[in-house]
Design a protein around this ligand. Structure first.
Ligand SMILES: Nc1ncnc2c1ncn2[C@@H]1O[C@H](COP(=O)(O)OP(=O)(O)OP(=O)(O)O)[C@@H](O)[C@H]1O
Length: 498
């Protein structure tokens, strides 16, 4: 199939400010049909904002946007949709209780008089699926299907509304690794069908593999746009950070083998989820917990924190901590949860409150809350994590996704925990900020803290852990250390139970 390439959208001198924050400035760019166009940049570079200007979530503060050569102004996403411009965000906007068909057809039902013609509605949706060769079970409940299928539902919904351009904002951030390739195939398929696609992502490999054009943004400015084929991992990193990045992983010092473990887990079990899990973590040790998605890694971590019930023994600092999450936090455990929006952040509350959450007692004295000390310590932690913000009183929602992640780090570090459980700590974080999070983890370990690190990025586990526990189907399938800690040994163990 030959695909015609035409300019669909032209941005000239586009800028956006939020209060005092300049998110974007002087952006000139064109978006073409039949191409996948990546936006890359550090956290806060303005990628999401640019996507949101295009699909009518925000209105530009300066400049003009032209569609097919004619200037357009969208007061809402609905108006952008009327022109065929659609955004698919990280948090999907589907109704999980309803069927796939309902979700795709909602608001677009074929009517016969005052009644919905169910058969004709179904046929219309089927026709869209056939036309784009994207099949999905129309009768399944959306909440029951995998995330990548849910994304397909969103795409079909957009296609059934005659979308011409689809903006994907970090579409793989929530995807299990085995669903990434199918998503990338869907994205390619859309371009093949003549749609313009914008792809916002931190995953440089995905960008190199699946996009045609790359735009690099830095501090709200347009650095360059060009064919993806002429970029490499290194040129992208250089473009995004503005400098050549050195070693990605910090030196980690070997823990003192003579010290008693901070954490001892014995025979930890939760029926149907994991079974008979036992391991220790010593002070200053970074232990990776690796395994395929569904292996039980995150569930084990949650049980250690007391967030989920489990049988077996957990000894912390040589004693019993009690079973509740509150008792374990008070005893010196901390966790950076995998899903920060649902589990970690109060998105509408100020940054300062988000950082001090669960540590308020530290700043309370006879005279009430010591606000000055609270702000000083929060500022210190925010600087240490490299968090970029205007004012500590801004809501967390005003930060870019990666900077929101750093709030959770600042919070965990503020409590000076003896054990930090970090579940996917760098998800959604840019390459430069990744390094600062690795430095933080290594720094905590150097100060004698125990770290349990969970990550889907194999490289990250290998680069940062002293020792790795591999889980497969809820059982410990191997423990790797020193010269035995290699990618192939890790993968072999991870697949052993499957
Ligand atoms: N609703 C908002 N209110 C105030 N400031 C905002 C808002 N949305 C974005 N910003 C600011 O605009 C800038 C760009 O943010 P944006 O979300 O576009 O970055 P990004 O490149 O997508 O980052 P990330 O990779 O972290 O998601 C940041 O400084 C951010 O704090």
């Amino acid at each position: 199939m030959t695909t015609r390439v035409d300019t669909l959208l032209t941005l000239s001198g586009v800028g956006k400010t939020f209060g005092g924050t300049v998110a974007l400035e002087g952006i000139d760019l064109s978006i073409e049909t039949g191409k996948v166009h990546a936006f890359v940049g550090e956290n806060g570079a303005g990628k999401s904002t640019l996507g949101k200007l295009i699909v009518g979530v925000h209105a530009p503060s300066a400049g003009r946007i032209a569609l097919d050569g004619a200037e357009v102004h969208f007061a809402s996403p609905a108006q952008a949709l009327d022109h065929g411009l659609v955004g698919i965000s990280q948090e999907l906007s589907l109704m999980p209780q309803r069927t796939v068909l309902d979700n795709i057809a909602l608001g677009r039902e074929v009517m016969r008089g005052p009644f919905v013609d169910a058969r004709a509605t179904r046929a219309a949706v089927q026709a869209v699926m056939d036309r784009y060769d994207m099949q999905v079970d129309l009768d399944a409940r959306v909440g029951d299907i995998p995330v990548v299928e849910q994304q397909k539902v969103e795409i079909l919904r957009a296609l059934s509304r005659d979308a011409r351009l689809i903006v994907f904002d970090e579409p793989t951030a929530r995807l299990p690794s085995d669903q990434v390739a199918p998503l990338l195939a869907l994205v390619r398929q859309l371009a093949g069908a003549g749609k313009a696609v914008i792809y916002v992502s931190h995953f440089l490999e995905e960008i190199l593999e699946a996009t045609d054009t790359v735009t690099i943004l830095r501090n709200g400015r347009h650095i360059r746009t060009g064919p993806t084929a002429s970029e490499t991992h290194e040129t992208l990193v250089e473009g995004v950070t503005g400098s050549v990045l050195g070693e990605q992983y910090p030196e980690i010092t070997a823990p003192d083998a003579a010290q008693a473990p901070v954490l001892s887990v014995r025979g930890l079990s939760r029926p149907g989820v994991f079974e008979n899990v036992s391991f220790d973590i010593r002070p200053g040790e970074i232990v990776g917990l690796a395994g395929l998605v569904g292996s039980g890694r995150s569930e084990i971590a949650r049980a250690i924190l007391g967030a989920d019930p489990a049988t077996g023994e957990i000894r912390f600092n040589g004693g019993d901590t009690g079973r509740s999450i509150a008792a374990r936090l008070a005893a010196g455990m901390a966790m950076i949860p995998e899903n920060r929006r649902e589990q970690g952040l109060m998105i509408d509350r100020p940054i300062v409150e988000n950082v001090t959450l669960s540590h308020l007692r530290r700043f309370s004295g006879a005279l009430g809350l010591d606000r000055r000390r609270e702000r000083a310590e929060v500022t210190q932690q925010c600087t240490a994590t490299g968090l970029k913000y205007n004012s500590l009183d801004d809501p967390a929602a005003a930060l870019s996704g990666g900077n929101q992640q750093k709030i959770l780090f600042a919070r965990a570090a503020l409590g000076d925990p003896a054990l930090l459980i970090a579940d996917e700590p760098t998800r959604g974080v840019d390459v430069g900020a990744k390094r600062s999070i690795y430095d933080l983890i290594a720094g905590l370990a150097a100060r004698g803290k125990a770290i349990l690190l969970i990550s889907s990025e194999l490289e990250e586990i290998l680069g940062l852990s002293h020792r790795v526990i591999v889980v497969s189907r809820g059982r410990v399938a191997g423990e790797l250390e020193g010269a035995d800690l290699t990618e192939s040994a890790l993968m072999t163990a991870a697949f052993s139970g499957t």
